[in-house]
Design a protein around this ligand. Structure first.
Ligand code: RAM
Length: 338
């Protein structure tokens, strides 16, 4: 071969190998190295911290990066800077626990228009592709009412201590509690008022004090929030109401065990928040990598948790359910790490 032909051949080999390298880089980029923003209700709530940690474990095993960002109050406004940061960073996905189903949507839609996949977890929003639900919404609401009724012997006034008044998850659970309450078996029970502690310990404690003052005959408190139930339990445990006012709801075993052992609370429920975040991490990755589009009937594998199917939620939109809620009592509360 003449010198010139060698040069042409060499040039062709270089061009081809550059193309192969570029193709390999592109294909590896499509499965790993993505960035997902996790936007919890706030960054202080221990439940949300554990859930975000689950998301981090998922990202680590997928070779992706997780950024956790939110405000310190459970409002949609406090979540806006985090959504803007995700947009600026051209995040591949956002996993959000909505403080409001609508108010976060204009910004989330902007992220979506830029190609980000939107997953809601814990508390749903109206503009997402997929919702990762901790447990069936109706089951949580109805079983909470059943548990409280048992503890109150199906008699007397009770109040609800919720989180933010705009929280999608608490409002959905409360609506099923109210439906359950309509059954004849609860005819001697009365919901007197819903209080909102905004997942802030001081506000939740204050709400507990207020309800006990306003309703001297109160026999029960139902708090479907880990911050609410732990703050109420802390107050009740050193008050004259201990063992007189039944308290139940959704709590972290790690926070509640001392109140179970001192007799303030005898039963409450939850699921594993770390698994919730882990499942959401796998779901956003499956969406971002085109393995699923978020339609009912699709399946994906969530690492150590196994295979999940997208099903229809109560509102007809697609969701994935982590599993059934679990009830904690003095018999098992010490066994749980979260
Ligand atoms: C609080 C939050 C969260 C909820 C749990 C049960 O930590 O309000 O959204 O899912 O309680």
């Amino acid at each position: 071969m003449h010198g010139r032909n060698w040069t042409v051949l060499l040039a062709a080999i270089i061009v081809a190998s550059v193309a192969v390298t570029a193709a390999l880089a592109a294909s590896s980029h499509s499965t790993t190295g993505k960035t997902y923003y996790f936007i919890p209700k706030d960054t202080l709530n221990p439940y949300e911290v554990i859930a975000d940690h689950g998301g981090k474990l998922a990202a680590a095993s997928l070779g992706d990066k997780q950024v956790v960002s939110s405000g310190t109050e459970d409002t949609a406004a406090a979540q806006q800077p985090a959504i803007q940061a995700a947009i600026q960073a051209h995040a591949d996905g956002i996993v959000i626990a909505g403080n409001d189903p609508q108010a976060v949507c204009p910004a989330l839609k902007q992220a979506q228009a830029q190609g980000a996949k939107i997953v809601a977890f814990d508390s749903d929003v109206s503009c997402r592709q997929l919702f990762i639900n901790q447990a069936d919404t109706e089951t949580i609401g109805r079983s909470q009412m059943q548990l409280l009724a048992k503890l109150m012997h199906y008699k007397g006034q009770f109040a609800i201590l919720s989180a933010a008044s705009t929280a999608t998850n608490q409002n959905a659970w409360i609506s099923y509690m109210k439906l359950e309450l309509k059954k004849p078996v609860y005819k001697n029970m009365k919901l007197v008022k819903i209080y909102y502690g905004n997942d802030n310990p001081a506000q939740s404690r204050q709400a507990t004090v207020s309800m006990l003052q306003a309703y001297p005959n109160l026999k029960g408190i139902e708090s479907p929030t880990t911050v609410g139930i732990s703050s109420a339990a802390q107050y009740l445990s050193t008050s004259k109401y201990k063992k007189k006012v039944a308290l139940t709801g959704l709590g972290l075993p790690s926070q509640m065990k001392k109140y179970v052992h001192d007799g303030t609370v005898s039963a409450f429920a939850l699921w594993n928040p770390e698994d919730l975040g882990y499942l959401a991490g796998y779901a956003v990755s499956a969406l971002a990598n085109g393995k699923i589009t978020g339609k009912v009937g699709e399946t994906f594998t969530a690492g150590k948790l196994g295979k999940y199917k997208i099903i229809k939620g109560p509102d007809g939109r697609p969701q994935v359910i982590l599993g059934p809620p679990y009830t904690f009592t003095i018999k098992n509360v010490d066994k749980f790490k979260f």
